[in-house]
Design a protein around this ligand. Sequence first.
Ligand code: NAD
Ligand code: PRE
Length: 364
Amino acid sequence: MKLKIAMIGVGLIGGSLALCFKGKPGVTVMGYAHLPELKDKYIASGVVDDATLSLEEAVQDADFIFLCVPVGLLESYFGQLAKLPLKKGCIITDVGSTKASIAACAEHVRMSDAYFIGGHPMAGSERAGVDAASSVLFENAYYVLTPSEQVPEEAYDRLSDLLAYTRAQIVRVEPLLHDDIVGAISHLPHVIAVALVNQVREYNESNPLYKMLAAGGFRDITRIASSDAIVWRDILLSNREVLLGLLKDWNGQMTAFTEMLEQQNGEGIEEAFRQAREFRSVLPERRKGMISSLFDLYTDVQDAPGMIGKIATELGANDINLSNMEIIENRVDVPGIMRLSFRQEEEMERAKTLLDSLGYQVWV
Ligand SMILES: NC(=O)c1ccc[n+]([C@@H]2O[C@H](COP(=O)([O-])OP(=O)(O)OC[C@H]3O[C@@H](n4cnc5c(N)ncnc54)[C@H](O)[C@@H]3O)[C@@H](O)[C@H]2O)c1
Ligand SMILES: O=C(O)C(=O)C[C@]1(C(=O)O)C=C[C@@H](O)C=C1
């Protein structure tokens, strides 16, 4: 059986989905690019089988159309698709990080012969663009689908079957509930991370020691502050009402901390940390396939330039794939610390054993 899949927007998410589908039996993945340079890039990157600058050509005879553009562009694409001839039974889906406004928008546009099923893979990264795409991004992640009651089970099953190639776990959720929950666990954290980085950025203007001393804690809580500005502008504006409520509650949390500090309430602070640790300890494990799930090792480095090459060579010679390496502290008078990141836990363990045996002081 032949299947044509049209990817509208081939960035981090569209590109990662394309990589999951490309090369599967009978599947052809066609990318739509809105700029000539992107069309060439999509083809050269090998993420799609072909790419076109014509939306009509991209969706012609497509069995599935994936809208993988920033949320703010979806309304315009629904409008354009409604005017194009689509294959009977074609499934249109999106990957937007909000669902209620998108579902409402899709309902207003009559797309003859096609079904719309909202979607949202709960996996991603702070990176953007096709260069960041990965075939394992969705492995073990949840993939939310939000079909309306008008969508026949047969269409829902066809999309779920196709998404099996992502190795994500499909979960069906109501759009409004999705936005409440994802607002709290994804959108609010992005706002907090950005606000925190900007607060410290302002302090740093008067004293660069802020940046120099920023260590693990600051990095851990602020990785997502590097996320794409346009993608996140659209997400936050689309889930505005939910976020306004969440920010009110967040201000309440901050007020509680302010009061505990004013009253020197040590017990209250201890209790807040205990409750948070308990809840966090029952969150799902770091999911292996996700781009953001790197396994880190740390080691002391005396002479950084020489050491980087030496350690990379040792790991390479032992077939250990290093995903990233970075000196996170490097002052003339103090030994630096090097962070080595691996995609797989097993590779990190092998690197640890190897570096231990070579006399490096290594810790996880
Ligand atoms: N980044 C994440 O972690 C994440 C996770 C899940 C879902 N999402 C959702 O996925 C969608 C895409 O986000 P992303 O992270 O892949 O962003 P991205 O910037 O990596 O990809 C967006 C793609 O859309 C293309 N594009 C921009 N304007 C376009 C236009 N007018 N017409 C056609 N293509 C256009 C860009 O060139 C790019 O290829 C968003 O709706 C976002 O909410 C993001
Ligand atoms: O890991 C990250 O960098 C992400 O931001 C991924 C993340 C999230 O907040 O968990 C971001 C947006 C999504 O829509 C889904 C997942």
